[in-house]
Design a protein around this ligand. Structure first.
Ligand code: ADP
Ligand code: MG
Length: 366
């Protein structure tokens, strides 16, 4: 098989503090993880590259076992010695993992004395390795899981105010519960990205060929109404970078009242950035989720870049969640300038929505 490299080791490095702590305290550690969405055993989803990267980061050998359950695994665990670290093969090679099969969860636990969950990014899934296994071993939260819960939970419980939420990304539909939760708690909202078009359309603007969800306009109006009831600032884009398609070589800045019928709004414009900058400068806490435009395409990346730079320069507590938001920050080299960048896309949003994460609920005393 070809030599696959880990393209982004952020999530591997994020568990190193827990791993070091456990090893310094005499634990032999068997690591359990998943990769991708394999249908049964698919070699291209093997954790081989992860084992290699872990070995580099830890400076020791990290053997990869051929499976995550079964006799060979049990024997390897029994043969472990002090300082040993080993990696179990992709848990999703077994359909029982995502089905949270109790017998599979018991098999995963076999040979171990305790379970430390540091997989915040998977904590919103009730799978065997995140939820099920916690019923078969004394279960604890790792440092990453604790930090995520403290930082994201802190936003909901006791944020320094004013608290600003910047929400972008593609669609209202995937973020509606997040928007509802936030609009009840924050002091200001700034909307960007594709979802802004649905808000603009809901408030009577012609949005051309922009990404827009007609069936979500009622939801958008309800969010706006709630913001009005609470008398919080709600910033919708004033202008946008428009083009016929996202692969156009360049866009044109247009007022949101003058979007041609054959063009789409693909990024927030400079007046919008300026207004958002004002909101950012007034905020003491900022939560950002979702890019402000089609940042994957250079002509429509400026809005996301400027917002990221403003957050990086801000003295406010800055917390960022979301897969593409994180990707944008990493590409800009600004991730380390944030107070906290969540490693969990879906998990961070579900937490903000106020939901209980099954992987967390399964840990006693959490
Ligand atoms: P996150 O993963 O950070 O939560 P989302 O998954 O909601 O963010 O959305 C990310 C996607 O939204 C990006 O791939 C980006 O191209 C797209 N997007 C942003 N603005 C627009 C827009 N104006 N029109 C269409 N797509 C957009
Ligand atoms: Mg995403």
């Amino acid at each position: 098989m070809e030599h696959v490299e880990v393209a982004d080791d952020t999530r591997i490095r994020a568990v190193l503090p827990t791993l070091s702590y456990l090893r310094e305290h005499g634990a032999m550690v068997g690591l359990c993880s998943h990769l991708g969405r394999p249908k049964g055993v698919e070699p291209k989803f093997s954790l081989t590259p992860v084992a290699r990267r872990l070995a580099e980061l830890l400076g020791c050998t990290v053997p990869l076992l051929p499976d995550c359950v079964g006799e060979a695994v049990r024997r390897a665990i029994l043969a472990m010695e002090e300082d040993d670290v080993l990696l179990l093969e992709n848990t999703r090679f077994h359909a029982e993992e995502e089905a949270n099969d109790p017998a599979f969860a018991r098999a995963l636990a076999e040979g171990f004395d305790l379970f430390v969950n540091d997989a915040f990014g998977a904590a919103h899934r009730a799978h065997a390795s995140t939820e099920g296994v916690a019923h078969h071993l004394p279960a604890y939260a790792g440092f990453l899981l604790e930090k995520e819960l403290r930082m994201l939970g802190g936003l909901l419980a006791d944020p320094r105010r004013p608290f600003l939420a910047i929400v972008g990304g593609a669609k209202v539909s995937t973020k509606i519960d997040v928007l509802r939760a936030l609009v009840d708690r924050v002091d200001a909202v700034a909307i960007g990205g594709g979802m802004a078009n649905t808000f603009l359309s809901a408030t009577g603007h012609a949005v051309g060929t922009s990404l827009r969800e007609a069936d979500r306009e009622e939801d958008a109006r309800r969010i706006l109404l709630r913001a009005k009831e609470r008398e919080i600032d709600f910033h919708l884009p004033q202008d946008a970078v428009c083009a016929p398609t996202a692969d156009a070589p360049a866009g044109r800045v247009r007022d949101v009242d003058h979007v041609p019928a054959d063009e789409a709004m693909l990024d927030i414009g400079p007046r919008t950035v300026e207004e958002d900058a004002g909101a950012i400068s007034r905020a003491a806490t900022i939560f950002w989720n979702g890019p402000m435009g089609v940042f994957e395409s250079a002509p429509f990346a400026a809005g996301t870049k400027r917002i990221a730079e403003l957050l990086a320069a801000s003295r406010a507590t800055t917390v960022v969640g979301g897969g593409e938001s994180l990707q944008a920050l990493e590409e800009l080299g600004l991730a380390s300038k944030m107070t906290h960048v969540s490693t969990g896309g879906g998990a961070s949003l579900e937490l903000i929505e106020g939901r209980t994460l099954p992987g967390v609920a399964a840990i006693p005393d959490r």
